[in-house]
Design a protein around this ligand. Structure first.
Ligand SMILES: CC(C)(COP(=O)(O)OP(=O)(O)OC[C@H]1O[C@@H](n2cnc3c(N)ncnc32)[C@H](O)[C@@H]1OP(=O)(O)O)[C@@H](O)C(=O)NCCC(=O)NCCS
Length: 143
């Protein structure tokens, strides 16, 4: 139940969950993107991923919790598990792009950041595939 690192066997369910909320799935099978997941016996409850750029910056992506598991703190737990993992690898800053959940990430300590202030490579993530990417608000948190 508790968050754990995803294995390849989890990724199909992750993709299905993300697609059900229209969250981009481009590149999620690549080794550059690592997920934490939580499951129960009936399936995937939630997921949160990170794509690392350079040595110190990570893009938080692919965060979703199934309706039946919402408002129990699961998304916060998944993000905490990811943060603990990447801190040990030297990641010092997390960025997230969201059109619908800026308020949620503010509660987790993220603050708005200008596009020019994030590494250009990060903006090339497949998370941002699609014509309407240009106006996706970005937020960041220093760990
Ligand atoms: C956002 C999401 C991951 C939160 O999952 P969760 O496990 O229910 O989150 P938590 O239990 O940690 O926190 C729940 C709180 O966040 C709030 N919240 C949920 N979605 C929110 C949003 N889009 N904006 C602001 N607050 C939000 C809830 O109202 C709840 O508030 P409360 O504690 O005052 O009742 C989940 O609602 C979801 O999967 N949404 C659809 C996909 C999505 O928007 N993903 C983020 C895209 S970047």
């Amino acid at each position: 139940m508790g968050p754990r690192r995803a294995t390849k066997a989890d990724l199909h369910d992750v993709e299905v969950l993300l697609q059900s909320y229209s969250i981009p799935v481009g590149g999620i099978h690549s080794e550059a993107v690592q997920f934490h997941v939580s499951r129960d016996k009936t399936g995937l409850l939630g997921c949160a991923g990170i794509e690392v750029f350079g040595d110190t910056v990570g893009l938080l992506r692919g965060i979703a919790v199934a309706e039946r598991a919402r408002r129990a703190g699961l998304a916060a737990l998944l993000v905490s598990a990811l943060v603990a993992d990447v801190r040990l690898r030297g990641i010092a800053t997390l960025v997230v792009g969201t059109k619908t959940a800026a308020g949620y990430f503010s509660r987790l300590g993220f603050t708005p950041v200008d596009r020019v202030a994030v590494p250009p490579g990060l903006l090339a993530s497949r998370e941002f595939d699609g014509a309407s990417f240009g106006d996706t608000p970005l937020l960041k948190a220093d760990l």
